[in-house]
Design a protein around this ligand. Structure first.
Ligand code: ACO
Length: 444
């Protein structure tokens, strides 16, 4: 195959092939599509039919899988915009539910729109009473993410009136149900694991407040939500609400592309998010710090992280897209200082260890050359730990926040007239044709 040459006005690229290649063509014109921001893309949809070639891009490092208007990221410059608004402005000035509306609807809500939206979400916070029985099928020591995958998937067995994805009204009801019920389901997973009674949601509380109430109150005492804690949690939710076509969002889109119901799609997103390379990283950060144990052992762990024969990686560092400081990490770094001050956690030994690790890694040539900066998960874990959320619930909270992004993308995909079932191809490197010969088993 020869070079790809851009035409003068950058509307197409000519790809040249060596004569005699499969398909017999010598050149093919690939249209160039321009978005409103970010790199243009080569439209390769006709490549296979015209040339007999597929493209090869494991991990989709250079592949746009869809067109989207929701989130824009410039990883080199450390920019993240939701519907055009910078993430730091949203985190400072907005609330999670307003950001949810923005992601789903495209614009920030007017006061009237917000009142209706908040009412709809509040109206759906309880789960079907029978769903409570579902929990007792799990072992008490089950990881709450395992429970989340099961219970969220099971919602499709309880809410039959919002499963028809071709009906826009049913899609909206399913979306509101998911956003509203996720904190309830998450808090129930926690309560189940500690053997405490489930706590019903309270409609007069805000989204983050309600979650804290369902997590930490018990029937035996009174519990008042600390507003500083609720605000910090709301900020964490905003910062995790969406992140373009990441692994779990792409999973939701792929599952949804077959026409699967929204509850099944979100359960699949949760399963993907659970992995330590994705949402499981904030839990992995704290586990790693516990394993390091003391600052004297930091060099030993940094060496392990650099050693290509060792699978260990420094959790909370690096990002597929950001090759600069993750803008969400910047906001969370500030929030973590505020909340740790408020709660008197400044001298926490794990936090001290994390600060030292951050300092040493940011000066280490291996991390500097590869542009490996602390990511959002490096800081979110400390805030959650300080507010009393157990480590196993960290990824669960990420899932609560990201549900909004998953839904926005799922909705966008369903409404896209060009939507097709997702079906990647492959570079086959297995056996060529061979014929079945019955095996002779000696001694049997
Ligand atoms: N520790 C040590 N080395 C690393 C790390 C790390 N955390 N991250 C990347 N590298 C190295 C790679 O080994 C590679 O080195 P090489 O060029 O010598 O081969 C180089 O940096 C480039 O990294 P890639 O593996 O190409 O980066 P990729 O985009 O595939 O991975 C990922 C991104 C998965 C996030 C990775 O950085 C990682 O595993 N980080 C730790 C887990 C983590 O914190 N995940 C959270 C992501 S953020 C989120 O989900 C919200």
């Amino acid at each position: 195959m020869g070079p790809a040459i851009l035409d003068d006005n950058h509307e197409s690229a000519h790809l040249e092939f060596t004569p005699g290649t499969p398909g017999g063509v010598e050149t093919v014109d690939l249209p160039i599509l321009h978005g409103t921001m970010g790199p243009a893309v080569l439209d390769i949809r006709k490549l296979y039919t015209e040339t007999d070639y597929f493209t090869y891009d494991p991990g989709y490092t250079a592949t746009a899988s869809c067109e989207s208007k929701i989130t824009f990221i410039d990883g080199e410059k450390g920019i993240l915009l939701h519907r055009g608004y910078p993430i730091d402005e949203l985190a400072e000035k907005s609330t999670f539910l307003k950001v949810a509306y923005l992601l789903m609807e495209g614009d920030l809500p007017t006061s009237e729109e917000y009142i209706t939206f908040e009412k709809n979400i509040t109206h759906h916070t309880m789960v079907h009473e029978q769903l409570r029985n579902f929990y007792s099928g799990f072992r008490r020591d089950a990881h709450p993410m395992a429970i989340m995958v099961g219970v969220v998937g099971a919602l499709s067995a309880f809410y039959h009136d919002s499963l028809d994805i071709r009906d826009p009204q049913q899609r909206i009801i399913a979306s509101h149900r998911l956003i509203a019920k996720m904190p309830t389901i998450a808090a129930m997973a926690y309560k189940y694991s500690v053997g405490q009674p489930f706590v019903y949601p309270k409609n007069e509380l805000g989204y983050a407040e309600n979650f804290l109430h369902m997590m930490f109150s018990t029937p035996t005492g009174s519990y008042t939500v600390n507003p500083v804690v609720a605000k910090a949690l709301d900020k964490i939710l905003i910062l995790h609400a969406d992140h373009e076509q990441n692994a779990s969002t792409s999973t939701v889109r792929l599952v949804g592309s077959s026409g699967a119901n929204p509850f099944a799609c979100i359960a699949a997103g949760i399963a993907c998010l659970w992995g330590p390379a994705h949402g499981g990283a904030n839990e992995a950060v704290l586990n790693m710090l516990k394993e390091i144990g003391h600052k004297d052992r930091i060099p030993e762990f940094l060496e392990k992280a650099k050693n290509k024969d060792d699978p260990f990686r420094l959790m909370g560092f690096g990002h597929r897209v950001y090759k600069n400081f993750d803008p969400r990490a910047r906001v969370l770094w500030k929030t973590s200082q505020e909340i740790l001050d408020e709660l008197g956690f400044d001298n926490d030994p794990l936090l001290q260890l994390a600060k030292e690790l951050e300092r040493i890694a940011l000066e280490d040539p291996y991390f500097v050359e590869r542009k490996l900066y602390p990511n959002v998960d490096f800081y979110s874990g400390f805030i959650l730990k300080a507010i009393g959320v157990p480590t196993t619930m960290f990824t669960v909270l990420f899932a609560v926040a990201r549900t909004v992004g998953w839904i926005a993308h799922w909705m966008e995909m369903i409404e896209d007239p060009a939507q097709k079932i997702g079906r990647p191809r492959q570079l086959y490197t297995g056996h060529t044709l061979r014929h079945y010969e019955p095996q002779t088993h000696h001694g049997i």
